[in-house]
Design a protein around this ligand. Structure first.
Ligand SMILES: C[S@@+](CC[C@H](N)C(=O)[O-])C[C@H]1O[C@@H](n2cnc3c(N)ncnc32)[C@H](O)[C@@H]1O
Length: 287
């Protein structure tokens, strides 16, 4: 049974609802939370709470549109009264099988939509690709518009979430120390499947079309452990770290790294359609 309370936006790699719930249950009394990889904001929405500040990062514009345009917004602002077209990034660089009307409508929302509109359009775009994989287009403009309108209605439920949100559009690794301290850090990193992560491989077009200015950073397997070490240097009391089977480097290697930096409080696994998701709860060694 799908959990009706989980924020759904159509995004490759959003946490499984059971994992999101695991995460929310371990926030405890944390008042300051760092989320270096916001993604679709599903975990952020689940961890939000009164008197709590969530500081998040993501290189994708879509994540900013979700956090600032939905979670932190008081009302659903929209500029879209019907399907409009303009020539922008997707018109010039369409996704495989994308027609000019779909490209032109997405480009128009990228140029004239509010953050709320762009969050709703991002989700409609993902859902209009074959199996939601962002590799080839699979919709006509009426279907795209209908998905946009449905998202515009359903996201109202996630407006004005409790607490404070401070989001940064950009790479977490570009920030300069000193940084923190935070009570909790939630890490759900990109995973390297074949050669690279799915975001730098498939999400660049949407990112540009919606107004993003960053090239999405490529994650090759060699970059993964050094980046995780970097993350583990942040001044935090506790960390919730999520990983998955079938990727490179594999989970045992990542677990070994985590053990060097913290005391393992809990480790859980979730199996789902032939893959296993791992969740690790770490406490800083000296506390
Ligand atoms: C697995 S997803 C996070 C999913 C999230 N937990 C959710 O529920 O939707 C990983 C995210 O990391 C982002 N990302 C990749 N490299 C990054 C970087 N250097 N700094 C910040 N975000 C980055 C990707 O754009 C992607 O949205």
């Amino acid at each position: 049974m799908p959990d009706p309370d989980v924020f759904r936006s159509g995004f490759s790699g959003a946490s499984l609802p059971a994992v999101t719930q695991w995460c929310a249950e371990r926030v405890e009394d944390a008042k300051t939370i760092l989320v270096p990889f916001a993604g679709s904001g599903r975990d952020i929405a689940a961890m939000a709470g009164k008197d709590r500040t969530i500081v998040s990062f993501d290189t994708q514009f879509y994540s900013r549109a979700i956090v600032e345009g939905i979670f932190a917004a008081e009302t659903a602002e929209t500029n879209v009264d019907k399907i409009h077209y303009t020539k922008g990034y997707f018109y010039e660089n369409p996704m495989k099988n994308m027609d000019e009307r779909c490209a032109g409508f997405i480009d128009w929302v990228g140029a004239h939509g509010t953050l709320y509109d762009k969050a709703c359009m991002g989700s409609a775009v993902v859902r209009s690709t074959l199996m939601g994989r962002m590799t080839q287009w699979y919709a006509n403009v009426e279907q795209l518009y209908l998905r946009f309108l449905r998202n515009r209605d359903s996201n109202v439920k996630y407006l004005n979430l409790p607490g404070k949100f401070v989001h940064h559009e950009g790479s977490f690794f570009d920030i300069q120390p000193p940084f923190g301290p935070f009570d909790l850090m939630q890490v759900d990193p990109p995973k390297v499947i074949v050669g690279s992560d799915i975001y730098s491989a498939n999400y660049n077009g949407m990112n540009r079309a919606l107004g993003g200015e960053n090239d999405l950073p490529k994650w090759g397997w060699r970059e993964v452990l050094p980046r995780f070490r970097n993350l583990m240097e942040v001044d935090v009391q506790r960390t919730l770290f999520f990983y998955v089977s079938g990727v490179r480097p594999d989970y045992p290697e990542v677990f070994k790294l985590l053990e060097q930096y913290g005391e393992i409080k809990e480790e859980d696994t979730f199996t789902h359609q032939g893959r296993t998701d791992y969740a690790v709860h770490l406490r800083r060694k000296d506390v």
